[in-house]
Design a protein around this ligand. Sequence first.
Ligand code: ADP
Ligand code: ZN
Length: 302
Amino acid sequence: MPLYGGIEAGGTKFVCAVASGADDFRAEIRFPTTTPDETLAQAIDFFRAQHAQEPLHAIGVACFGPIDPNPASPTFGYVTTTPKPHWAHTDVVGRLQAALNLPVGFDTDVNGAALGEHRWGAAQGLDTFVYLTIGTGLGGGGMVNGHLLHGLMHSEMGHMRVPHDRMRDPYPGQCTYHGDCWEGLACGPAIEGRWQTKGQHLPPDHPAWALEAHYLALGVVNIIMTLSPQRIIMGGGVMDQQQIFPMVRREVQTLLNGYIQKPAIQEDIDHYIVPPGLGNRAGVLGAVALAMDAAQQAGGKA
Ligand code: ADP
Ligand code: ZN
């Protein structure tokens, strides 16, 4: 079984792994995201050591963004305009390729996770679905008609606008660009900013969760109306609060108000809005899936 390297490149931490697939996970390392020099060197050291034991066929990077995922663009493989200190205009793919001399697959963290879920997880057999992460940020990616969502750049679903009732919720939102966009109201740091307590320390019956479910449902309904996904997968640290899944599902049904007459939504919503099938390995296995595709493309070109 050929081996691949995957990097889940998060704004907070990097997870690097070696695997031949979801059932054959060989090694993993995690470290904080600091500067590109230090963090990419740590990833390169790990993969060099792994490669010396048994050769890797490609590397995949599922990366925080914004990024340039267009192979025809001169800045393909870059983290582009991120507000994260030190990382704007970093050539992630170029540095990895130069150091490791392997094909490198590259996409957003959420497109990567979507690809992994499609191959091994909760989106097997589907051709149009969305993967959302609700963590430090709020992002969405996925597939439409069997292809990962790209376009002008990549989806930025987290920055869609959702209704904000300032009587019910005076919190202004925390997005540096928009204030109370979807991410600004519903990401992990927004929960912390609103309640002055990190989400992981709020009890399961705290009113924070009904409000969170309300905001998540508003965005999910917009996505249903826009892309008509066959399933929506919701991951990220905030969704570790398993009790919000039923609240989100119920609120989505209420907001849709019977308009989408499909059993998936009306009768079987428990299988329509779901956690990742790959659990907390969705991100890094998604990166492995990106590596497999990169190896195949490189093979095809040779
Ligand atoms: P990252 O965004 O770096 O991939 P996470 O997905 O874990 O990491 O997101 C971190 C955010 O999620 C933080 O704002 C944190 O407070 C929140 N969070 C993490 N775990 C939980 C939890 N169990 N319940 C609620 N919020 C959580
Ligand atoms: Zn925003």
